[in-house]
Design a protein around this ligand. Structure first.
Ligand SMILES: [Zn+2]
Ligand SMILES: [Zn+2]
Length: 184
């Protein structure tokens, strides 16, 4: 019968004399703990893999309009973070309510300026929603903040913008990262 040198149990840290080669635990109870930990690890990994799979399946089902909405949401969040210290672009007031990211030239009228950082600013909900952008004052605020050259560029002609799903994914990721960077 081979004799093994005493060693420390990997679970309870007590010293014990192994009866088998490569024996790491002192007995049955510590062996059960190792097995239970292993089981938890396996289940956790399985759950993570399932979640990844579900996410991948859902991503595949997303339509272009879903990607557009998600990209716009990230872009708008970035605009609000960028302008956090500034008042509403059009009424120039700070207020307690909700802040929006308001387009100067609307996404309906000028879809090619949808993701143009010069065209979108933090705006109060009353101006954005109730006053439909409060555009006369928006324009004044824009000239004040960015200059007439920028306003001329926005109001000028633009190449049509054709964004595919991959472009929208990239925009979403870019603005998510930019917001994170700003909030650091
Ligand atoms: Zn033990
Ligand atoms: Zn306002």
């Amino acid at each position: 019968v081979p004799v093994f040198k005493p060693r420390k149990c990997s679970v309870c840290k007590d010293r014990f004399t192994p009866t088998k080669p490569l024996q790491k635990v002192c007995g049955w109870s510590c062996a059960c703990q190792v097995a239970a930990k292993q089981r938890v690890k396996e289940i956790t990994e399985r759950t993570k893999a399932d979640r990844r799979e579900t996410r991948a399946k859902l991503e595949k089902l997303k339509t272009k309009s879903t990607w557009l909405k998600e990209a716009q949401k990230e872009f708008n969040a970035y605009i609000r973070a960028r302008d956090a210290a500034r008042p509403c672009i059009s009424c120039r007031r700070f207020h307690q309510g909700e802040w929006h990211a308001g387009h100067y030239l609307s996404t309906g009228a000028r879809p090619e300026l949808r993701f143009d950082e010069d065209n979108v600013h933090k705006q109060c909900a009353p101006c954005n929603t109730h006053l439909h952008g409060n555009l006369v004052h928006y324009r004044e605020g824009l000239i004040e903040r960015r200059g007439a050259v920028v306003v001329d560029r926005l109001e000028g002609a633009h190449e049509p913008l054709h964004l595919g799903i991959e472009d929208l994914k990239a925009i979403k990721a870019t603005y998510k990262a930019k917001t994170k960077e700003l909030l650091k």
